[in-house]
Design a protein around this ligand. Structure first.
Ligand SMILES: [Zn+2]
Length: 465
């Protein structure tokens, strides 16, 4: 892909979708071999100008997808096909206005601020502390809508440049009964697109009512006789096989969801830079792994662009009742014995080789968690970490660790967050539970700066993930 500013390439087999493919969401070789076929969006940070992004951010448009458009594949795809900068901005503004009409507000940057209450409670000194990125006020109440806005922009661009026919739109689909479903329904409604939501029979009635109010087609999925695996996810796969488009927050089904989530990391990087500081640690709660994958990539790119002087150590947090990512981390780490023992990042070449080897033998590293998980942090209980490879790579490159926390920790973290005035559900505060462990293990020192993600609003009717 010489000459392109952004391009898509499978991390498992190296294949790229055809340039004329209107929906380049999955690797063309998906399903072949024991290979982790996940499309990764690459950005040539030697070509993109940080000054241009700074200028876009300073220009005053509140929408993150306008501010950071020069880092998006949908933008460069539009420009390469002859669309003007103004045309893309108009398209993004129109979609964002649609989101605001449905949900009350669009994708403006969410707050990042040092929590003096949390920092004090955790024993941080004046120079260190906990900076909280608060996503609870974002579109649909969580970070999930970011992922899908990136995909929605791509769908609009495909029509703008004549690759897709607006009169023959294909339906979108997601399997979720929580924040991902709500986010998908808001963004699909804003874009005027049909959405099918596959849910389990015991889904929260309040959430189902909201999905229906947003115009989604809700499909309740009973387990079929002899069936193994998650019925809604299996019905989603059936629908995708029949031509419905993946509107999910899982990078293996739609590689472009990672890019939309990157706006979260870009915002943090630019917000830290505006304060004149870097972060030493980033602690991210992990279910399917798309959020952590997005953060890993965004911080790598922001550092290459010179926005930050270094990448923070990426630490991930899973529940003791299901931690397939932690399992995979140790298996990949065994392939890179040098360079990680002291906590510093692994040698880049050695790490790339290990990740490539792991991607070619997926089932040795990632397989469904054996026992049904239960936790108050229901949003991090995915039985596979779909975006595991990029997240393991991010941890190994930065010297971060996979932290596993029990129910007591998760509850303590939620209580502490609430007493510090941070109202999120137990999934949304799971990163704080991980930070407790990192401090106790002396992986985080009192003078360090830590960024935590508060990812999901508390809902009266439960705590969806
Ligand atoms: Zn592939």
């Amino acid at each position: 892909m010489s000459g392109a500013i952004t391009w898509l390439e499978c991390a498992g087999c190296g294949a790229s979708p055809d340039a004329a493919e209107p929906y380049p969401f999955a690797c063309p070789n998906v399903g072949s071999g024991d290979v982790d076929h996940v499309l990764v969006r690459h950005l040539d940070t030697a070509v993109v100008s940080r000054d241009d992004v700074d200028a876009d951010r300073a220009a005053g448009d509140p929408c993150s997808f306008v501010r950071f458009r020069r880092l998006l594949h949908s933008y460069h795809r539009a420009r390469a096909a002859g669309a003007s900068d103004e045309a893309y901005v108009a398209l993004a503004r129109r979609l964002d206005a649609g989101v605001a009409a449905v949900d009350g507000h669009g994708f403006s940057e969410t707050p990042l601020a040092r929590s003096d209450a949390l920092s004090g409670a955790l024993g941080f000194g004046q120079s260190g502390g906990v900076w909280v990125k608060d996503e609870t006020g974002n579109v649909s109440g969580s970070h999930k809508a970011r992922h899908l806005m990136g995909v929605a922009l791509h769908l609009e661009v495909a029509e703008l440049v004549g690759l897709a026919d607006p009169a023959a739109r294909r339906s979108l689909a997601v399997a979720s009964c929580g924040n991902a479903a709500l986010a998908a329904a808001v963004v699909a409604a804003a874009a005027g697109r049909r959405l099918r939501v596959f849910v389990p029979p015991d889904a929260n009635p309040a959430i189902l009512a909201r999905l229906v109010a947003l115009g989604a087609d809700v499909v309740s999925c009973e387990r079929r006789t002899g069936e193994r695996g998650d019925p809604p996810y299996l019905r989603l796969l059936d629908a995708l096989g029949a031509g419905v488009l993946p509107f999910t927050c899982q990078g293996n089904l739609n590689g472009l969801v990672i890019e939309g989530g990157e706006t979260l990391g870009y915002e943090i990087a630019w917000q830290l830079a505006a304060e004149g500081i870097s972060a030493d640690h980033l602690v991210v709660q992990v279910g399917g792994g798309a959020l952590a994958s997005s953060c890993a990539q965004a911080f790598a790119e922001a550092t290459e662009l010179g926005v930050l002087d270094r990448r923070p150590a990426l630490h991930t947090v899973q529940s003791v009742s299901a931690h397939p990512l932690e399992r995979a981390y140790h298996k990949v780490r065994d392939l890179v014995p040098a360079g990680v023992a002291g906590g510093a990042g692994a040698d880049a070449g050695e790490l790339q080789g290990a990740l490539y080897a792991a991607a070619r033998h997926r089932s040795h590293y990632m397989w469904p968690w054996e026992s049904p998980p239960h936790s108050i942090a229901g949003g991090i209980l995915d039985d596979e970490t779909y975006d595991w490879l990029a997240v393991v790579g991010g941890m190994l490159a930065t010297g971060g660790l996979p932290v596993v926390v029990g129910e007591k920790r998760l509850a303590e973290a939620n209580d502490l967050a609430r007493s510090a005035g941070l109202d999120a559900d137990a999934t949304g505060t799971a990163g704080l539970a991980g930070l407790f462990e990192l401090i106790e293990g002396e992986r985080v020192a009192p003078h360090d700066r830590v960024v935590l993600l508060l990812t999901g609003a508390r809902r009266d009717a439960g705590s969806p993930g």
